[in-house]
Design a protein around this ligand. Structure first.
Ligand code: SF4
Length: 291
């Protein structure tokens, strides 16, 4: 069993913290509320173009309906997480000068925010990978990639605009994939189960609405899987690779996500869960989940 298998609660191993990888709206110029486009849907009550301030954004960059977002049809705002890119762009890249003070740089700031969000997301994943004992064979490469990604976040606005973020992401993804293989192979060994004996879903699996209640998904490859509205009540997802999996309206009540790989707060925020759902220690139980 996996009882003694501590996957990603060993952040001390890397000596790196993910504390700065959480959005700090107080230090941000409301960038996600301006830069991102919305389409009227179940997640957003209105249409909004990229670069257009949301109708609810106040002059102090706070949300005027923050305490009532779900009731007013802005569920998507309670799901989104910038991984700390907003405050980095606002306070570091642009030195605290906001897009209202400097409207000529506004468009550039919004585009830089997109780039920074990608870099911060990669830092989140790389820091997690470095915390995993099973990934030790690639720790040197992971550490170099983390150093390089952190260096990129300190580039000037012009340099960030010129950055080929997709290419950097592709290189980092190779390391994350190798990390996933190392961790899941070790988990399967401990389970005394060969990969061929377990149900394999693979990258981008279509599991929309799937009935997976109580399923044994330990060490499963669910990278980019479509788990929209899937019934995952009581499922065991320890050591499962969940990078990029779409959990919108997935039912995670009673599921075990401890030791899952590359799970983010935004994925949790998009799902349903309850007090029995077991979470990785670095993530927070969403306020809208049931008791
Ligand atoms: S509703 Fe509030 S949180 Fe959502 S985009 Fe508008 S201002 Fe931002």
């Amino acid at each position: 069993m996996l009882d003694n298998f501590n996957y990603n609660d060993n952040e001390y191993l890397s000596g790196r913290s993910r504390r700065n990888m959480t959005g700090d709206c107080e230090s941000c110029f409301g960038l996600c509320c301006v830069a991102l486009p919305f389409t009227a849907s179940a997640d957003f009550a209105v249409d909004k173009k990229a670069g257009q301030p949301c109708q609810n954004l106040q002059t102090d960059f706070r949300c005027g309906v923050h305490t009532n977002l779900r009731q007013l049809g802005f569920r998507g705002c309670t799901v989104y997480d910038c991984f700390g890119a907003g405050q980095k762009v606002s306070q570091a890249t642009y030195g605290g000068r906001d897009w209202r003070q400097a409207p000529k740089t506004a468009r550039q700031m919004f585009e830089v925010f997109y780039v920074m969000k990608q870099l911060h997301e990669l830092i989140w994943y790389l820091t997690e990978a470095l915390s995993l004992r099973e990934a030790r064979p690639v720790h040197d490469e992971l550490s170099s990639a983390l150093d390089e990604t952190e260096r990129l976040t300190d580039l000037s606005p012009d340099s960030l605009m010129d950055l080929d973020a997709a290419a950097h992401r592709a290189e980092v993804n190779k390391l994350l994939l190798r990390t996933s293989e190392l961790v899941r192979e070790e988990a399967l060994r401990k389970l005394k189960s060969r990969p061929g004996n377990r149900k394999s879903y693979g990258r981008g699996a279509d599991l929309i609405g799937a009935k997976l209640r109580g399923a044994d998904l330990r060490a499963a490859n669910l990278r980019g899987a479509y788990l929209i509205a899937a019934d995952l009540r009581g499922a065991d997802l320890r050591a499962a690779d969940l990078i990029g999996a779409d959990f919108r309206d997935a039912d995670l009540r009673g599921a075990d996500l401890t030791g899952s790989l590359f799970l983010t707060q935004a994925q949790l925020n998009a799902a349903k869960g309850d007090a029995r759902t077991k979470l990785p220690p670095v993530l927070t139980r969403p306020a809208h989940w049931s008791a």
